[in-house]
Design a protein around this ligand. Structure first.
Ligand SMILES: *[C@@H]1O[C@H](CO)[C@@H](O)[C@H](O)[C@H]1NC(C)=O
Length: 270
């Protein structure tokens, strides 16, 4: 009887895992890289790889118009200088919208740069860059984009790091009409990524590998889910301040050289 209960519990646990676990075979297509991108472990794990010949990439089968999208990434370990892992949402066309995470690799023991940007109606130029408060190559960490009609919130392991608010009332276009897909790719950018191209990719370390797991997308259904109306509460705002104070290394909203005539309107409330 006891054994039966144990088996039953294990069965239930595995059903739950199957029902809620991500399946990369079901949700994503490999788009390029000639065998360098692999879906492994029954669809639970996806790896991108980069060698001297090429990188690789994938995209979601579904398009999203608003969503709360979580993905766990483990970035290229050791000497990853010159490699860039991009993970982003984007629509198509010249007036496209885009929400970006980009991870710029570094020499062993030196910090990655996490680069973020938001494009609306084809226009970006809203870069913010951060260091992370952990080594992103040791374990999987969750990178999330919450996108609803009021705001876009970037988070890392549940800590919000950036918010882009809907400021259409101030004339700032906001992404709300064009559905986006999820894209990711790993490529070589040693012409600019590492200290402006000073540090070159060390091909003796190739292949470089980034891994993905536990994808989860919450979409809007008829009964408005929580995230659809969510904005940053006081705790969230304090967390963003903490991240920006301690880990932000670049903010277009404070770059006077770029905006001598005054900062873009979203900067006054960002
Ligand atoms: C790499 O590490 C150096 C030294 O800590 C740092 O200045 C730089 O911003 C880091 N990131 C990149 C992409 O070069």
């Amino acid at each position: 009887m006891k054994r039966f209960v144990v088996v039953l519990v294990l069965l239930i646990i595995s059903f739950v895992l199957v029902a809620f676990g991500s399946n990369f075979n079901q949700d994503f297509d490999i788009t390029w890289g000639d065998g360098r991108a692999k879906i492994l472990d029954n669809g639970n794990l996806l790896t991108l790889s980069l060698d001297k010949i090429s990188g690789s990439g994938f995209k979601s089968k579904n398009e999203y118009l608003f969503g709360k999208i979580d993905m766990q990434l483990k970035l290229v370990p050791r000497n990853s200088a010159g490699t860039v892992t991009a993970y982003y949402l984007s629509s198509l066309g010249s007036n496209h919208d885009e929400i970006d995470f980009e991870f710029l690799g570094n020499l062993s023991g030196q910090p990655y740069i996490m680069h973020t940007n938001v494009f609306t109606q084809g226009k970006g130029n809203r870069e913010q860059q951060f260091y992370l408060w952990f080594d992103p190559t040791k374990n999987f960490h969750t990178y999330s984009i919450l996108w609803n009609p009021q705001s876009i919130i970037f988070s890392v392991d549940g800590t919000p790091i950036r918010q882009f608010k809907n400021l259409e009332s101030k004339g700032v276009p906001y992404p709300k009409n064009q559905a986006m897909r999820i894209y990711s790719s790993l490529w070589n950018a040693d012409d600019w990524a590492t200290r402006g191209g000073l540090v070159k990719t060390d091909w003796t370390q190739a292949p470089f590998i980034a891994s993905y797991t536990n994808f989860n997308a919450q979409i809007k259904t008829n009964n408005n889910p929580n995230w659809f109306t969510q904005s940053l509460d006081i705790t969230g705002q304090e967390r963003i301040k903490w991240v920006q104070k301690n880990y932000m290394i670049y903010n277009y909203c404070t770059d006077l050289k770029r905006f001598p005539q005054g900062f873009p309107p979203e900067c006054s409330t960002a």
